[in-house]
Design a protein around this ligand. Structure first.
Ligand code: NAD
Ligand code: UDP
Length: 336
């Protein structure tokens, strides 16, 4: 299917508007904040800093269009202003984080989502939910279209994330049906780039930091499970398009990269780009780890004129440069 041409200029949609971004100090949230500010949008960022880092907002905090509130969105948020857009990104996202913060994850996606939907109703704001490819669980359909209902273990160790995101989606759609709230749901697939936390346990920071330290790369299981990786700049562009599209109210859209790679291939690629021999240490596969994951993005292409642009090697080089800086390795300026 061909891409629908949409000359999308963020300033046309966000300049002079006001946005609330939850999870603003996180990986995706902080990049979203920067893009909104660059488009001339006023932004209020909320974060409880449970997995985020204020350093991600270093540039934003110097911008007079930005203000930051340290708060937990599961608690009563008193914000005495209206918003045009609410981007609800707050939630642990790495499997290691959401195991450690399992009940907090369920609450931020349950109660937190309700609080923000109420705020969206009061403000008559566009509400965008950051959902996840994990709603498909261990999918039996490849690639996964939005119409697929998924294959999720409701009582397994990933359920705190998968099922709470499914609940968040259902609640979001009920606010749309019952109250006419203008909602949009992004099903985000594995996203990588600068500002990922070095020790968040996800495969991208693990492999890059291991390769940079000259350690073996830890592959869980036999490494034949697949993922598809999208670069953060592309993902943020997708989120902005989804929030801005005049014709996307009530829509759920996959935002990911349809280029599927096995984890073993991915390890070899990271090692090559870092310039080290690929030494693998095999470890146990975590329970319920999805075997294959790959988005069908034809809806995003048609509805939003969106598809990822950044080649994996190019995005990984930028990410490796960032992690070199984080590890204080010589030879890299912080380009982030
Ligand atoms: P992240 O952990 O870097 O950011 C999440 C942020 O939310 C953190 O700054 C954290 O402190 C904050 N937060 C958590 N609970 C909160 C609460 N109760 N109140 C206020 N703030 C809270 O993760 P990320 O990768 O930036 O993910 C952002 C969103 O995108 C999440 O909703 C995640 O589920 C979704 N997502 C991300 C990916 C990905 O590959 N990065 C994939 C699918 C979905
Ligand atoms: N993985 C791995 N080694 C690691 C970290 C993760 O082999 O050091 C695997 C993990 O089992 C999964 C894939 O890489 O199959 C992606 O894991 P990640 O935690 O990044 O995200 P997920 O897609 O599982 O949420």
């Amino acid at each position: 299917m061909s891409t629908v041409a949409w000359e999308f200029e963020p300033g046309d949609y966000f300049r002079g508007k006001k946005a609330l971004v939850t999870g603003a100090a996180g990986f995706l949230g902080s990049h979203l904040v920067d893009k909104l500010l660059a488009a001339g949008c006023r932004v209020v960022g909320v974060d409880n800093l449970s997995t985020g880092n204020l350093a991600n907002l270093r540039a934003a905090l110097k911008n007079p269009l930005f203000s930051f509130i340290k708060a937990d969105v599961t608690e009563n948020l008193v914000l005495e202003e209206d918003f045009d857009f609410i981007f609800h990104l707050a939630s642990p996202a790495s499997p290691v984080d959401y195991r450690r913060l399992s009940i907090e994850t369920m609450l931020v996606n349950g109660l937190g989502t309700k609080n923000l939907l109420d705020l969206a109703l009061e403000s008559q704001a566009v509400f965008l939910l950051a959902s996840t490819s994990e709603v498909y669980g261990n999918p039996l359909v490849h690639p996964q279209p939005e119409s697929y209902w998924g294959n999720v273990n409701p009582i397994g160790p990933r359920a705190c994330y998968d099922e709470s995101k499914r609940f968040a989606e259902a609640l979001t759609m009920e606010y749309h049906r019952r109250y006419g709230c203008d909602v949009r749901i992004a099903r985000i697939f594995n996203t990588y780039g600068p500002r990922m936390r070095l020790n968040d346990g996800r495969v991208v920071p693990n492999f890059i930091s291991q390769a940079l330290r000259g350690e073996p790369l830890t592959v869980y299981g036999n490494g034949r499970q697949t993922r598809s990786f999208v670069y953060v700049a592309d993902e943020i562009e997708g989120l902005l398009r989804l929030a801005a599209a005049p014709h996307a109210a009530g829509e759920v859209v996959n935002l990911g990269n349809p280029e599927e790679k096995s984890i073993l291939e991915f390890a070899q690629l990271v090692a090559r780009l870092v310039g080290v021999e690929c030494v693998i240490e095999y470890k146990e596969l975590p329970p319920d780890d999805p075997t294959r994951r790959c988005p069908d993005i034809s809806k995003a292409q048609k509805l939003l004129g969106w598809q990822p642009k950044t080649p994996l090697e190019e995005g990984l080089r930028a990410t490796i440069a960032f992690f070199k800086q984080e590890l204080r390795l010589p030879g890299e300026e912080n380009k982030d």
